[in-house]
Structure formats: C-alpha cells, structure tokens
Design a protein around this ligand. Structure first.
Ligand SMILES: *Cc1c(COP(=O)(O)O)cnc(C)c1O
Length: 453
C-alpha cells in the first residue's frame, strides 16, 4: 500500500473544494449543510482511493441532491395505482403549478376587492361543491382520519355510534377506525355479526344515546360468501343521521369500479355526511373531505377542534387544481389502455434486450390502498431478472417494481410515458452494476409475451 500516505497528502483541503463555483452556487440553492456533506463524502472517497484528488469537486457536485429535501423522486412501477408507501396520489401538473403559486404570499384569507379578511380557501371549497352538487355544504381537513375524528367529536362525544361488526376495520399501519372514534370520546356499539347485519339489528340497538350510524367502506378487503350489509338508503330510514366513510374519495360513480362507493350517490341515498380522503381515487393532495347536510357541516366547521385539523394553503391550491384541472394521473391510470401500455413495454424491452433479458408481458394492476379491493385492472409490464430489483431501487431515480414468480415486473400503469426513458436509463445502469445479469442477456430466451402474471 505505498500510495496510501501519498494520497492523503494530495487530498485537497475542504475550503479549496468548497470554493468551486458550482458548489458555491449549490450552497445558495440547497444551503451550506447539504453542500458540506457532499464535499465531506467526496473527500472521504478520495482518502479511500476511490476518487482522484483532482476530481473531488466533480464527485461532490455529482453527489448533490436535486433539492433540499431527503425525500426522493421515485418511479412507481409497482402496478399499484394508489401506493401509500410511495405517497399515494401523484399530483397533476396543474396541481403542481398551483402549489408553486400558493407557496408565496397569497390571498388565501383576503378579499382583494375589499381589502378585508375573506373566507379561507373559498376557491377549493367552491370547486368541491360544484363537483358534488348533492352536498348541501363541504369542508376540508387534513386527511380522511381527521374528517372522521371531527365528525365523531362534534356529533358523538359522550354519546354512542352504531357500527356494523363487519365494518370495524383496520385501514393500514395499525390505523383502526373503532379506536379513532373511541379516542375522541364516542362509545361504539357493534351491531350484527362479522359477515351479516340487517336493518333490524340497527333498529334494535337504537336508543337516546345514539348520535349517528356509521357506515364504513371496507376499502382494503372483500368479504365473500354468506354476507349481508345494509345499504345507506335503508340506514337512512333510522331516526339518526347516517355518516358514511367512503374512504377512496370517488365523487361520482366510476365505470371501472362499480362496487366502489362515491360521494354523490351516497348522499343521494340519504347519508347526512360523507367522509373521504383526497389523495386516493380523487388523485389530489392529502386531505380529508367532508360533504353533506349544510347544518351539520356548519357545526363541524365551527367546532373548536376544527382549527387543529385545518388544511394549509398548499393543500387548498392543489385540491382546487385537482378538481377543476385536467385529469390527474390516478384517474387516468384507471382507464389506461392495456394495449398502449403493452406497446410501451415492448418498445422498452426491444431497446434493453441487448444489455439484459427483457420482455413485455401483460400484467394485472391494482387500485391499492385507495379502494376497490380485489378489482383487477389489465395492464402491461416490463419483465426483467429479479436480481435487478435492488440496484433499481438504489439508482439516482429509484424505480420500484415488484417481484413475481422469479421475475421483476415493472408495471407501466403508473409510469408516465415521459418516464419510459428514465426507466430505460435506470435499467441500463442497474444492469451495469449486476454484470452476471447482463451476461445472461444474450443467452436467455425472452419470457413469452402471452404469459399472464
Ligand atoms: C383510507 C381510509 C381512511 C383513512 O383516510 P386517511 O386519508 O388515510 O386518513 C379512513 N376510512 C377509510 C374507509 C379509508 O379507506
């Protein structure tokens, strides 16, 4: 190891590297801390002999993050349209532009005509009212859970809520709807059995303490076989309001998801209030929608706790653009043409086959945490060796797929066509880090395109 002390002597000083004009400019954009971290990393790699002393600044520039956030842009090639771990709905370009407008000083609570205080987020609320005329009034909070918490607190604290036993559900990551209701002081009274409940069960459980009947959409599982639940129009004949947690945020019926409840139909069926998430099938920012009877919505809006659940100007801007702007990616994916997706997968496979075994295959996408459990959506994927899964997640733009029967499938349903080139570059880079996979490229027979995943 005769060159080790040598290299230490020639390793440039930190301040010399930091003086590089590219790094000085980056410090203005990203802040000193991130730039210093990139330089420290490059210097360590120089001392370890991995970076030439003359290229330390280059290495630091290459290691700089794109923005001052540790969140990374990821390509969602999982075939799950609303992927909670990947941030649920990606926003439409119109919503992203709206976020930029709202990021600065904005008239979120100012009437520019009079110069006086105005109603907060009036544009977003008007857009939601226009999208669901069946709602007497609307309100927006931080997420679906907050919507349900506010309803329970305002209407049922110290009182009782009736819920079907089969609707006492856990949504994900340990979030259980019954626990949420109890945490704000409501008492739950379960009716029916796990698989069956009748209107008479609700009627028998009714007394003066009951504040409302809660109908929860089981958004992540289906019960099959000997089952029965009571539809909203029948629950609406009971002497208390019906609150329906529809979860997914569909505002109107969707032809591809006939079993998924929507806000307009649920209100027309007689629900007094509907709660839903904004970042599932609506395709917008994280928020919770409350729609329904004007008197109840007013009570919710005026409840002291509503302030603690208040959405920020960014959410209001993105929600309004989601409601009024062009179709957001989630909703476009629901009606994606599988033949077009397969064509894109074939083009990618053809370009990649010289470097790695690649094939285009029909696949089945899923709505995901957003709702419509068990509904298969025909899609198409690029099939690659499973060994590429980890290097693809480690690249500069991580591409996340899923491994199925020994192959890595990159499903294109949630990959924007403009990102096909990003996927191609990522696969080339990943193959270069896994030479044993690339070497198999020439020899391996491609997976037949007719095989169903
Ligand atoms: C997703 C979901 C929730 C929770 O909504 P968040 O926006 O994640 O807080 C509540 N109820 C149902 C039925 C859901 O599907």
């Amino acid at each position: 190891m005769p060159d080790r002390p040598d290299r230490r002597r020639t390793t440039p000083r930190t301040d010399r590297v930091l003086a590089d004009p590219r790094l000085r400019a980056a410090a203005g954009r990203l802040g000193d801390r991130l730039v210093k971290a990139a330089v420290a990393g490059a210097l360590a790699r120089c001392r370890a002999g991995e970076v030439d002393p003359a290229r330390v600044a280059d290495a630091a520039v290459a290691a700089l993050p794109a923005a001052a956030t540790s969140l990374r842009r990821v390509v969602n090639a999982t075939g799950v349209i609303v992927h909670t771990n990947l941030g649920r709905a990606p926003l439409s370009p119109a919503a992203v532009t709206a976020l930029e407008v709202a990021a600065g000083a904005t008239d979120v609570e100012l009437d520019l005509a009079t110069g006086r205080r105005g109603p907060r987020g009036a544009g977003a609320l008007a857009a939601l009212r226009a999208a669901v005329p069946a709602a007497g009034d609307v309100h927006v909070v931080n997420n679906g859970a907050a919507a349900l918490a506010l309803v329970s607190l305002a209407l049922a604290a110290g009182r009782t809520v009736l819920v079907a036993r089969g609707e006492m559900v856990e949504i994900g990551d340990g979030f259980r709807i019954p626990e949420l209701l109890e945490s704000v002081g409501a008492t739950l009274r379960e009716v029916g059995t796990t698989n069956r409940v009748r209107l008479a069960d609700y009627a028998a459980a009714m007394d003066d303490s009951v504040a409302f009947v809660l109908k929860v959409h089981p958004s992540n599982f289906v019960v099959e076989g000997f089952t029965a639940s009571v539809p909203v129009d029948e629950l609406a004949t009971l002497p208390v309001p019906v609150v329906a947690d529809i979860g997914s945020g569909l505002l109107a019926p969707h032809p591809r998801l006939p079993a998924e409840p929507d806000a307009a139909s649920t209100l027309r069926a007689g629900a007094a209030l509907v709660t839903a998430s904004g970042d599932k099938l609506l395709g917008g920012p994280q928020c919770g929608l409350l729609l329904g009877r004007a008197d109840l919505v007013r009570d919710l809006r005026r409840h002291p706790f509503a302030r603690a659940l208040r959405v920020d100007k960014l959410t209001l801007a993105a929600l309004e653009a989601t409601l009024t702007g062009p179709v957001p990616p989630v909703r476009a994916a629901l009606t994606a043409d599988p033949a077009a997706l397969l064509g894109r997968a074939e083009a990618l496979a053809a370009r990649l086959r010289p470097v790695v075994p690649a094939a285009a295959v029909p696949s089945t996408a899923a709505v995901g945490g957003g709702g419509a459990p068990g509904v298969p959506l025909p899609s198409a994927a690029l099939a690659l060796p499973a060994a590429l899964a980890a290097p693809l997640r480690a690249g500069p733009v991580p591409v996340v797929g899923h491994v199925e029967r020994g192959r890595l499938l990159l499903d294109l349903v949630m990959v924007a066509p403009a990102d096909d080139a990003v996927v191609e570059a990522a696969v080339r880079a990943a193959a270069a880090t896994a030479p044993e996979v690339a070497a198999a490229g020439a020899a391996a027979a491609p997976v037949p395109a007719t095989e169903r995943s």
